[in-house]
Design a protein around this ligand. Structure first.
Ligand SMILES: Cc1cc2nc3c(=O)[nH]c(=O)nc-3n(C[C@H](O)[C@H](O)[C@H](O)COP(=O)(O)OP(=O)(O)OC[C@H]3O[C@@H](n4cnc5c(N)ncnc54)[C@H](O)[C@@H]3O)c2cc1C
Length: 324
């Protein structure tokens, strides 16, 4: 995409916000458009957790070393720029699911072990985990972009732009051929005296301490409908999760929902349309907090003519799906 004018970034969710900060760092001119009234924002509902360990077998997440090294550099730097605190490294504990799973994992400890794990008799501690207060990051960034005259609060309807539309991207005719697989998610914020306040508990869900006896509890996954309406089914499921994590006495503060912009191959989609003056930065699924900084840096570098975006994340892997 050749562009002598400033880029238009569509969407001030987590993806658009982080991309815009990377453009600012290298003086790529842009304007960021956002319209939460017409297109609901999902980032504000996020748990915000970053965690380099995944799955029952405690594997490292995709590109864990690269992503986590960079995010520990990027977010503190952005906190200084915005003069706001939103990055909270915090230990995360994963208890063994049951005795059978414990035996299975402990017998294979030598093969499974890696640098992000510390083993205890009842579970594992995950290093380099924590959470980002995404709502605060977005709010502070919005004020910042506005103060430097780069924010436009309006719906964008043309095609010459970089689209960071989250879940709404699949309804945009430019990108409708791409293999999105969105997943609705809900979480609740509660107040309780019961759970631990100094680490994240991860047991078939998460229990994240926010301070002052407040916690986020999440999250559900659903593929039935894609509205931003909270549901009573999710409230029951979240209450059950909380019970399984040892907390029965709580006061519900708020229930939140959003749609994760996931893809069928569980990789982001980044790059320019094969024939139009349009770009996309999307598909961050349930891991926007850890994926978006690293890939914003890679794509910015590609736009400047330096390194290329990782082949598993580049839109080039889908060029055959666009009819010409
Ligand atoms: C319940 C839940 C829990 C989650 N927990 C975590 C977690 O713990 N850790 C983690 O890393 N991720 C988590 N996620 C996932 C994370 O929220 C996403 O990866 C990320 O927020 C996606 O950001 P986005 O910017 O792509 O989309 P969005 O946040 O949806 O942003 C898109 C923006 O684009 C705007 N927009 C769209 N179209 C237009 C248009 N045409 N004109 C103008 N504006 C437009 C919208 O208004 C919106 O502001 C969770 C998600 C949910 C739902």
């Amino acid at each position: 995409m050749k562009n002598d004018k400033p880029f238009i970034i569509v969407g001030q969710g987590l993806a658009g916000t982080i991309l815009a900060h990377h453009f600012l760092e290298v003086d790529i001119p842009f304007e960021i458009w956002d319209s939460p009234e017409t297109h609901f924002n999902s980032s504000k509902a996020a748990g915000g957790i970053f965690n380099p360990v995944t799955g029952r077998k405690l594997e490292q997440t995709w590109l864990a070393d690269e992503l986590f090294t960079y995010l520990f550099d990027f977010y503190p730097r952005l906190e200084k720029t915005l003069n706001t605190r939103f990055f909270f490294p915090m230990p995360l504990f994963r208890p063994f699911a049951n005795e059978e799973m414990k035996t299975w994992l402990v017998e294979r400890k030598d093969q499974i072990h890696h640098n992000y794990l510390r083993w205890e008799s009842d579970g594992v501690w995950v290093k380099k985990a924590g959470w980002v207060d995404v709502a605060t990051l977005l709010q502070a960034s919005r004020a910042y972009f506005s103060s430097i005259g780069m924010l436009k609060e309006a719906e964008y309807t043309d095609f010459q732009a970089i689209f960071c539309e989250g879940f709404h991207g699949q309804q945009n005719p430019l990108w409708s051929c791409l293999p999105f697989l969105p997943a609705k998610g809900e979480l609740m914020e509660v107040r309780s005296k019961e759970p631990p306040q100094d680490y994240i508990l991860n047991k078939n869900g998460f229990l994240l301490p926010l301070g002052e006896q407040k916690f986020k509890v999440g999250a559900t996954y659903a593929w039935k409908e894609y509205t931003n309406k909270i549901t009573s089914e999710a409230l029951v499921e979240l209450t059950d999760k909380l019970g399984l994590m040892g907390c029965s006495q709580f006061e519900l503060i708020e229930q939140k929902t959003g749609i994760r912009p996931a893809t069928q191959d569980r990789r982001p989609i980044i790059g320019f349309h094969p024939t139009k003056q349009s770009g996309i930065f999307n598909g961050f699924g349930s891991k926007g907090v850890s994926l978006a900084p690293y890939f914003a840096k890679q794509w910015t570098s590609e736009i400047l003519g330096n390194t290329s975006v990782h082949s598993e994340a580049s839109i080039r892997r889908f060029y055959h799906l666009f009819s010409v």
